[in-house]
Ligand binder design. Sequence first.
Ligand SMILES: [Zn+2]
Length: 86
Amino acid sequence: MRLIILLVIIYLCYRALKSWMIQDKSPQKTVFGKTAGEIEDDLIKDPFCEVYFSKRDGVHMKVEGEDLYFCSTECRDKFVASHSKK
Ligand SMILES: [Zn+2]
C-alpha cells in the first residue's frame, strides 16, 4: 500500500515537473514585441491626468486649433467636461 502512495507522489512530481518544463519551453512570446518605430515614438503628456504615453496610443482631439492627445477617451471626455464648465 505504501508503495502505491509513493508511486502516486512520484507521478505527481513528474507531472508537475513536466508541466513546468513545458511552460519554460513554451513559444517565446516576446515582451519587447514593439518595433523600433514604436519605441522612437514621441512620449506626450496627457493634459488631464498628466500621464506620459506614446503619441501613437493617444486619443487625438483638436481644441481651439491645438492638437491635444489623451491617454484614453475617458480622460478626453473629462477634459472636455471640465473645460465646458467655464
Ligand atoms: Zn489620462
